[in-house]
Design a protein around this ligand. Structure first.
Ligand SMILES: Cc1cc2nc3c(=O)[nH]c(=O)nc-3n(C[C@H](O)[C@H](O)[C@H](O)COP(=O)(O)O)c2cc1C
Length: 382
């Protein structure tokens, strides 16, 4: 059981490199040593496969280092990437290898996994740019990039050129008459390995706290209009170029609305600034078009009152329930539905599915203040 516990707490860190002349391999070994300086961390050295084999590969000191396959990238707690600087970039072998990680990328398997970059250069031309451009790929994978900052620089011999950068260790393999990597370059690489192992341990601990295994730092539902506090109904009102009237004041001993449980009850006529719009008997004193305008005004009054009832925010309305339209019509009139559609359509335009309602329409022999229309409305609040 203890062995199992130890295995779980070990952090496995891949040191993945590509080298031609061996400079990056020497840096990789030091990065690995730095990783293993961290208690409970284990470094695994691997090379990226080559596009074209090296002629003298079997004689090289790195010949025995196994080649990695792309799918194993997801099996580690952290990865240190090492490459020769080729024209201010990572090597073509490294690029080709990473370009095979599209499936890993789209399944977000490396997200949040700590990563760091080290390099071997000749003169050092463009080495910082090479590390930074390497970071692009790691950032697209969502990896947690570990830089070197100024770690170790106070201890290194500044009387000779050194390859250290604030982004990752590098070596200047092309400086004549000097042993490379220099002690200073190795020192920074070792600290970089340690910093990566430390980040890997932190990541492993937070993963175990949140019950995750690797990658996919978090899945959350997308942000909704509600989260963004966008007032959907007000936005829609603007879109429809509607400004709500002032809620008409009651003209008797009653309330403009009554909330019962979550239901709101409202009754309105075609009042507009204290006067009734298009009053009179439909078809005799009021045309169909005028009756429709009066119906629209009546619904706007209903909405103005509803807004008050909903605490000043129409988004607090869960749904419309029922509309009843009364129309001042002559006996035998049959086109109530045509007039009432003016109200129903506007409500659905404004609130979408929430605005759908049941409906009744009635002809009346007279209505208050000679209004051609009256609407009774019931809504449900959130
Ligand atoms: C195609 C090619 C391009 C190179 N470009 C650069 C460069 O831009 N900057 C630099 O400092 N060294 C450059 N070099 C030199 C290598 O970075 C240097 O030899 C380094 O040690 C290679 O790492 P390795 O020993 O791991 O193969 C280049 C070498 C090659 C073959």
């Amino acid at each position: 059981q203890n062995k199992m516990k130890d295995e779980h707490s070990t952090v496995k860190v891949l040191v993945l490199f590509n080298t031609v002349n061996g400079g990056t391999y020497k840096m990789a070994q030091e990065i690995a040593a730095g990783i293993e300086d961290f208690p409970g961390a284990k470094a695994i050295l691997k090379q990226v496969p080559r596009i074209k084999p090296l002629e003298n590969e079997m004689k090289q000191p790195f010949a025995s280092v196994p080649y990695a396959n792309i799918s194993e990238l997801t099996a580690y707690d952290a990865i240190a990437f090492g490459s020769a600087v080729h024209f201010g970039n990572m090597s073509a072998d490294m690029r080709y290898f990473l370009d095979q990680s599209v499936n890993i990328w789209t399944s977000r398997k490396l997200e949040g996994i700590p990563a760091t970059v080290f390099m071997s250069a000749g003169s050092g031309a463009g080495r910082e740019a090479a590390i930074l451009s390497f970071w692009n790929t790691l950032a697209i994978h969502g990896m947690m990039i570990v830089p070197t900052g100024i770690m170790g620089t106070s201890e290194i011999d500044k009387s000779i050129p050194q390859g250290n950068t604030a982004f990752g260790a590098s070596s200047l393999a092309g400086i004549p008459n000097s042993i490379r990597p220099s002690k200073g370059e190795l020192h920074v690489a070792r600290l970089q390995g340690y910093a990566l192992a430390k980040a890997a341990k932190g990541h492993q601990l937070t993963n175990s706290l949140t019950g995750q295994t690797s990658g996919l730092t978090r899945q959350v539902s997308p942000i909704t209009d509600k989260d963004q506090k966008i007032n959907i109904t007000e936005t829609k009102l603007k879109e429809l170029n509607i400004s709500l009237p002032k809620a008409p004041a009651p003209v008797g001993n009653y309330k403009p609305y009554r909330v019962s449980g979550k239901l709101v009850f409202i009754n309105q006529i075609a009042l507009n600034n204290g006067k009734v719009d298009h009053p009179g008997l439909i078809e005799k004193e009021v045309t169909e078009e005028q009756a429709r305008l009066a119906t629209r005004q009546t619904l706007l009054n209903v909405l103005a009152v509803l807004k008050e009832a909903a605490g000043g925010n129409l988004d607090n309305v869960k749904q419309a329930v029922q509309l009843t339209g009364y129309f001042y019509t002559p006996a035998g009139y049959t086109k109530h539905a045509v007039l009432m559609n003016e109200a129903s359509n506007l409500l659905v335009q404004l609130m979408g599915e929430k605005g759908m309602h049941t409906r009744a329409t009635v002809g009346a022999s007279s209505l208050p203040m000679n209004s051609s229309v009256e609407i009774q409305a019931i809504f449900e609040l959130e």
